[in-house]
Design a protein around this ligand. Structure first.
Ligand code: ADP
Length: 259
């Protein structure tokens, strides 16, 4: 559409990258970054060349989740070389700013930082670049979704009504700029009791599926609330890598095949 390709926003070219998919959320804390990392790793397990761009400037989590840190090396042409972790390429704002520096960005600084992350990274040849978007639907998110040539966006939500309302806002933002919404991913869908095996729907049941249907989009998958998912990603070794034969890894794999 005109708004995406024309106007004041210049679309950024990433010639070596075959498909760029955004993982977004209407609000923070729903597990967007965890989902983005595990999907990237699941796609790599399928044999794809994958990159993960942690564009969550407010709370970059890729360094911790992927277990990589430090300033990136530069090419002779002064382009940033992504780090390698668990077989994928990773770039994060967390590599560029000091972890102890509170990242209180002013609007223009956010734009400049995002620009560098988009224009100056030497990805090489990739089949898939997953962009871990900043949470929410503000200006930074809108600009990003206009400038990056996104093949599509997957929206992470938890099952509560409020989260679903925010997911709906995310969906509308992408539709406004003509980025195809691939569907919702319901995270923390249920808790499976380790002793009795019963599934407890801690927040609500079926919200993601219902809301996706109502809004004319897909439910790409459901990921349970599980301490293993938290511990592995907080420890720099996401569940897809730490427990490749687990049902969680299979669930991420099924979603990765649909994006
Ligand atoms: P966001 O990117 O949406 O802010 P994160 O991915 O950083 O959210 O997740 C927030 C916290 O919740 C992290 O500590 C993460 O490990 C945890 N978490 C995310 N998804 C799950 C899950 N399915 N089960 C258990 N913990 C999870």
């Amino acid at each position: 559409g005109d708004q995406r390709r024309g106007g004041t926003q210049q679309a950024i070219q990433m010639p070596g990258v075959r498909a760029i998919v955004a993982v977004a959320s209407g609000k923070g804390g729903v597990g967007k970054s965890t989902t983005a990392a595990n999907l990237a790793l699941a796609a790599a397990r399928e044999g794809h060349r994958v990159g993960l761009l942690d564009a969550d400037i407010y709370g970059p989590s890729a360094p911790r989740m992927m277990g990589v840190s430090g300033k990136p090396e530069l090419t002779e042409g002064k382009r940033l070389i992504p780090k390698e972790a668990h077989g994928i390429k990773v770039m994060s704002m967390g590599f560029l700013v000091d972890e102890d520096t509170p990242t209180v960005w002013r609007g223009p600084m956010v734009q400049t930082a995002i620009q560098q992350m988009l224009r100056d990274v030497e990805w090489g040849e990739l089949d898939l670049l997953i962009v871990d978007m900043p949470p929410g639907t503000g200006d930074a998110q809108l600009t990003l979704s206009q400038q990056v040539p996104l093949a599509g966006a997957a929206i992470v939500t938890t099952p509560q009504d409020l989260a679903l309302t925010d997911a709906n806002k995310g969906l509308n933002m992408f539709r406004k700029v003509d980025v195809p919404v691939l569907g919702f991913i319901e995270n923390m869908s249920y808790f499976q009791c380790p002793s009795c095996g019963e599934r407890h729907h801690v927040f609500a049941e079926g919200g993601g599926r219902r809301e996706a249907a109502r809004l004319g989009t897909e439910l790409l998958g459901e990921i349970p609330l599980d301490i293993v998912i938290r511990e592995t990603s907080d420890g720099g070794n996401p569940v897809v890598v730490a427990h490749p034969e687990s049902p969680h890894a299979a669930a991420y794999g099924n979603i990765a095949r649909r994006i």
